[in-house]
Design a protein around this ligand. Structure first.
Ligand code: CTP
Ligand code: MG
Length: 185
């Protein structure tokens, strides 16, 4: 159980880091350049900035790179019941697709939030918590399907779907408390 939990967080870390890193380091020009969509509402809104996207992705990739370096020494202690090779098969492609996919997923969600009339920062349960998981998985699946399939088995996927909302809400609450987020979700 604990192995599965640690493994799931380990695999998702580059994607998990991207969001709070974007919140901490974001700001400046919004990706949609302040423009409205055909419904006269913002395309994405001020919560999606170029700096947040770039620096968030970069932080996720750097964490992933550190993980690839650490993996050979950590793998023997993890997930003995899965395959020993699981963490040793590194993917440099995933360093890119996990954080970038995460923030793309977050961005696509904002697009639909605006279309549905949610203001920037408004809570949208489930979508707010799993958007970046789905984005990371879809992009990774398409660009390094072999790595995705060898790491994300059913148990891992289920664990991630269950723990991500909890981790996400906890992170956002901390972000709110330290004044980096306007709302605690
Ligand atoms: N952020 C950013 N650039 C991104 C993603 C996030 O600058 N690409 C920053 C913004 O300051 C944003 C904060 O991280 O307000 C929190 O992100 P999120 O909760 O995803 O955005 P919201 O402000 O809630 O906007 P939305 O309603 O569109 O989800
Ligand atoms: Mg939000």
């Amino acid at each position: 159980m604990l192995d599965l939990l640690i493994l799931s967080i380990w695999l998702m870390l580059p994607a998990y880091i991207a969001n709070p890193a974007a919140a901490l380091l974001g700001g400046g020009s919004p990706i949609d350049m302040g423009k409205n969509f055909t419904d006269n509402k913002r395309i994405l809104g001020d919560g999606k900035t170029i700096r947040g996207f770039v620096l968030g992705s970069l932080c996720g990739a750097i964490i992933g790179l550190i993980q690839i370096w650490l993996a050979p020494s950590i793998a023997p202690y993890l997930a003995a019941y899965i395959s020993q090779g699981i963490l040793l098969h590194a993917s440099y492609m995933a360093l890119f697709t996990m954080p970038v996919g995460a923030l793309l997923g977050d961005m696509i969600k904002s697009f639909f939030k605006r279309r549905l009339g949610f203001e920037r920062g408004a809570m949208m349960p489930v979508a707010d918590q799993l958007d970046f998981v789905l984005g990371a998985w879809v992009l990774t699946y398409f660009l390094d399907g072999a790595w995705f399939m060898s790491n994300f088995n059913f148990a891992v996927i289920l664990t991630i779907i269950l723990i991500t909302p909890v981790l996400h809400l906890a992170t956002n609450f901390i972000g709110f408390k330290i004044g980096r987020k306007d709302v605690p979700w």
